[in-house]
Write a protein that binds this ligand. Sequence first.
Ligand code: PCA
Length: 325
Amino acid sequence: MLRCTRRLALATAAWIGVVGAASAERWDMPLAYPETNFHTENAKKFAACVKDGTKGAIEIVTHANGSLFKGNDIKRAVQTGQAPIGERLLSAHENENPLFGYDAVPFLASSYEASEKLWKAAKPKLEALLDKQNLVLLYSVPWPPQGIYTKKPLQSAADMKGVKFRSYNAATARMAELMGAIPVQIEAAELTQALATGVVESFISSGSTGYDSKVWEQLKYWYDTQAWLPRNTVFVNKAAWNGLTPEQQKVFRDCAAKAEAEGTARSKELAGWYIEQLKAKGMTIEPASPQLKADLAKIGEIMTNDWLAKAGEDGKAIVEAFRKM
Ligand code: PCA
């Protein structure tokens, strides 16, 4: 009799285990950058935090390097519910709405401190904009400052004339045009190949993406122009969000706040490290020459004015709020 009860208890426990496992919901999370990139590692920590906080009810499964959806398709995939959650460089969607380009206005915010303020100033507007697009904003983490990679020494913007320049959003394409270079839009996941095959021979990005792309195999210089710190942003499909219990939503919010703080700290911490790695691989790392700085400042001014004109009242409000901080 005793034995029998025990057996029943064990069977019941096993059954509960099965039911528990079956009710765990799998959330695929497309990401555009490599498995070992700090943004990806941060997203994995976020996923672990959510799994832990929801006691295994929600399991976020990350898919790095554009393997589930290519970078440019991630936002639409989450908007349409093909994926419940995803990460994207929102400035690549400036063509949908100029506000998405707030973090790629040259020299508007070119330090971590300024980038943090700009993000705070922009967040309410972005949240509202994403909400209209069926998305719930969760967190955002900056890339390290953007500098120019080249094959040959770069003295002034004129040296970029006719150079095939990889762009990753509208701002980098516009910058290329203003320097007289030829923009070619390429996702980070395809950058190594584009460099190897000569599709592009220069680009602007962080030490992080240069490091991930083994850029030293083709390029020799990185000019520390500190143009801006673009951000990756993580968002959830609204229906998926509404399907969560209030307790689960709180877990997501808490984990997102943690991910934003830790990811930002990691970005800062690694910024110098990436540059050291590029140097160790034989690259020359230099500040921009006075002429290059002056040329880029002019380009920055044109682009800032263009952006302010495009982004209207909301854009102005962001810049004003930012400047007051
Ligand atoms: N890396 C990304 C965006 C900005 C950055 O530093 C890239 O080059 O695609």
